[in-house]
Design a protein. Structure first.
Lengths: 160, 617
């Protein structure tokens, strides 16, 4: 069972929360943020190249131009690979654990898995830690579902 | 709790049979290790499992049945499989079934209810696929140390997934037989296509025994020689402490003895340490040989020798030119990596020698518009100039031997790049010895002056330093004491700028040399301590170094059990370096910036790159 809802992040940009219920004890929440806009990329590239061209007319050294090109390419690659997060996913499996994945724009995925023994509770902390920065309403949805599963898990583990 | 069944991906296409593995009651999970195929005799299966249990200390048992419905009709096999549940009783009893034509599985788990033995309750099952080979070969970080089990059962489990990894790793003996063996029982597991091995690895293992023995005896001989009493005598022990080359050689010797020791590695960490050291030594030697070939390539050493011979013969040159050529000689092995042409080298050397003398002439005049005290200035300037003259004459004496020394030093690059760099650092230290001497003279003079000034300043105010109580006390002085004290104070104050200037100049020079030496030591440290084997392993076989696991939900159909794929989450690179870095010589700056500035202000001698075993001079 899958459904999608739109939310806003703290800066006002659009976010999409996608919920999938695989079964009664396994749920997945995916939060996708807006893609990299062509406008911002073009704007940054143009600024850098204008500055480089200005320096070139001042110093008459062609190394400035080639280094500007390198900086632009490397900067874009670095931004896509290390900074721009496309989607964050939370997979919660009863009696196994909670897994959080961040997937970057370049395709890199970084995953953390926490075993259920080590999870005492799920709380809503400040949104600063999540890179997609959702607002409270979105966080409440996720929080409620997680608490349902945790409560279930506690009930089944309490009874032998 | 949901029952979790860990199933190896290699068995997903195996024929029907029995599931063999370990049941972990605390986490309600069953780890399937292999599938036993038909036909089998139950007694033999039980014997095999008992054997495996004895050797590996893992409680393997028959967990259930596996049915791969391709050709057999459904009903007969179904009854047969149910009958097996009576022979191999296990609670809960798993029944995994895969239908032909679909990717979906059906899993049932039956618990025996103790009150009514005929009835059994069904449990929800979650299937987790894992790659057996990768889980077997990987090491979990941080490695959780499970208690050694004496009685065959691990009663304390240190965390669910570490347990799974441990189970698979310790059941290696179960994977020794494959389905092509002629034994009584046919098993299916990751090695069932044939045991994976490499001829090269086996040959190396066989050859490593005697080679290690030979090298270990050689290295122990070397260590005995280096530890003998002769080195403790005064001149040799002093030289040994001061030269970083000796330290580096000893460090390498220690590494080599560890690598070739005849003891096998007790744990994966030790194995990685040995492998890292070996790769580090090999890379070091390779870089050193590269450097050697580059040095001998264009006959640079020969060029230097040719440059020296006409210069040494001609005695009609003034002191400046001779000092220039010898400075060129003494600078070029130290700066040996430059690719200057000969006339440029000559000019460079000449320039540096002249610069030093010009500097002193400048100090003896009116430097930066400051008016120095004439007499003291002349004394200090002439003293230092004479010092340079002595030094240059000494270098001039050495010049016939320079080429041979250079050649032998170049040979030492065979022992490794780190040794070559340490020799470079030592050569720099030796050649800038006069700068070190100047610094010490200037610092001592300045230090005396500062202490004299502070003591006489206290006298001005009628106070005294109480050595016993380590504090300032008031004291009544006599008139003549006060008079002489004031006179001396005035003299010292007016001589302060001169001394301070000389001290400043030579301290800056000394700091420059120390910085260069420090950079070289940092580079040596880096080569020594970088765990290249671990980094290579992380790059090429990321599943061997695991930080954890990650799960992926596979395609699911309503009403079917949930299927997950468990993959290994590799360790990030910075953690690899942090965990596996080799211990280095420890040449780190001992002072913080604040204490360094304080020492500089008071004229105390600074040794920022002091080795660990050195005593204070």
């Amino acid at each position: 069972m899958e459904d999608e809802r739109s939310f806003l992040d703290i800066c006002g940009g659009p976010l999409t929360l996608r919920r999938r219920y695989y079964s009664s004890y396994c749920r997945e929440f995916g939060l996708s943020s807006a893609r990299l806009s062509l406008r911002s990329v073009t704007a940054v590239t143009c600024t850098v190249w204008l500055v480089a061209y200005g320096l070139f007319t001042l110093f008459e050294n062609s190394m400035i131009l080639s280094s500007a090109i390198f900086i632009t390419i490397l900067g874009l690659l670095g931004y896509l690979h290390f900074v721009k997060i496309d989607q964050e996913t939370l997979l919660i499996i009863d009696s196994l654990g909670i897994q959080m994945t961040s997937s970057y724009a370049s395709g890199k995925e970084s995953t953390t898995f926490i075993e259920m023994d080590k999870v005492k509770d799920v709380i809503v902390n400040e949104a600063i830690y999540m890179s997609t920065k959702p607002r409270l309403d979105c966080l409440i949805e996720v929080y409620r579902s997680c608490q349902e599963i945790l409560a279930r898990q506690k009930a089944t583990s309490a009874s032998p | 709790m949901v029952l979790k069944a860990f199933f190896p991906t290699c068995c997903a296409s195996a024929d029907s049979g029995l599931l063999v593995g370990r049941w972990v009651p605390e986490q309600n999970s069953a780890v399937v290790l292999a599938v036993v195929h038909f036909p089998f005799i139950p007694i033999q299966v039980k014997e095999l499992l008992a054997q495996v249990q004895k050797v590996s200390q893992v409680h393997v048992a028959v967990l259930g049945t596996w049915c791969h419905r391709q050709q057999e009709p459904k009903e007969s096999l179904g009854h047969f499989l149910e009958g097996l549940g009576a022979i191999f009783s296990h609670d809960p009893w798993l029944q995994l079934c895969r239908e032909r034509g679909t990717r979906f599985w059906s899993c049932k788990a039956y618990h025996q209810v103790s009150t009514t033995p005929d009835k059994s309750i069904e449990d929800q099952v979650m299937l987790i696929f894992y790659d057996q080979r990768k889980v077997l070969l990987s090491w979990l970080h941080p490695p959780t140390v499970l208690p050694d089990c004496q009685a065959g059962d691990t009663t304390a489990s240190a965390g669910g997934l570490a347990d799974i990894f441990d189970t698979v790793a310790r059941s290696e003996v179960l994977f020794q037989n494959n389905q092509f063996d002629e034994g009584p029982v046919r098993l299916s597991h990751w090695q069932s296509e044939g045991v994976e091995a490499s001829i090269l690895v086996e040959l190396t293992k066989q050859a490593s025994g005697p080679v290690c023995l030979l090298l270990a005896s050689l290295l122990s001989l070397l260590s005995a020689v280096s530890a003998c009493r002769l080195w403790k005598l005064w001149p040799l022990s002093f030289i040994r402490r001061k030269l970083s080359t000796c330290e580096q050689l000893q460090h390498r010797l220690k590494h080599l003895s560890l690598i070739f020791s005849t003891q096998k590695a007790q744990s994966p960490t030790q194995l990685m340490k040995k492998a890292n050291m070996l790769v580090s030594v090999l890379i070091d030697v390779a870089l050193g040989l590269l450097l050697l070939s580059w040095l001998h390539n264009n006959n640079r050493i020969g060029q230097l020798a040719n440059a020296l011979v006409p210069v040494a013969d001609v005695s009609g040159f003034g002191l400046c030119h001779i000092s220039a050529s010898t400075c060129q000689v003494c600078l070029s092995p130290g700066a040996g990596v430059g690719s200057f042409q000969l006339p440029e080298l000559w000019e460079y050397g000449e320039r540096v020698a002249e610069e030093l003398q010009h500097l002193l002439q400048w100090l003896m005049g009116a430097p930066a518009g400051l008016k120095m005290n004439r007499a003291l200035d002349q004394v200090l300037g002439r003293f230092f100039l004479y010092h340079i003259h002595l030094w240059i004459s000494y270098i001039h004496l050495m010049s016939p031997f320079i080429e041979h020394i250079l050649w032998h030093v170049g040979l030492s690059a065979c022992l490794g790049m780190t040794v070559a760099l340490s020799i470079l650092s030592d050569i720099i230290a030796l050649l800038t010895f006069h700068i070190y001497c100047f610094y010490v003279y200037g610092a001592r003079l300045y230090c005396l002056k500062i202490y004299g000034l502070s003591s006489l300043w206290r006298l001005f105010r009628g106070k005294k330093w109480n050595v016993l109580r380590q504090r300032v006390d008031s004291c009544s002085y006599d008139l003549d004491q006060l008079f002489i004290g004031t006179l001396l104070f005035t003299i010292l104050v007016f001589l302060l700028p001169t001394t301070a200037l000389y001290y400043l100049v030579f301290t800056l020079l000394r700091l420059l040399v120390v910085t260069v030496q420090g950079m070289i030591h940092l580079l040596v440290d880096l080569i020594n301590s970088l765990p290249l084997y671990s980094l290579g392993l992380r790059l090429c076989r990321p599943y061997r170094l695991a930080a954890g696991v990650k799960f992926r939900v596979l395609e699911q159909e309503a009403g079917r059990p949930l299927r997950l794929l468990m993959q290994i989450n590799p360790l990030p690179y910075n953690r690899v370096v942090h965990t596996y870095r080799l211990p280095s010589c420890g040449c780190h700056p001992k002072h913080s910036w604040g204490s360094l500035c304080r020492k500089l202000f008071f004229g105390e001698l600074i040794y920022p790159w002091r080795q660990r075993e050195d005593k204070q001079d």
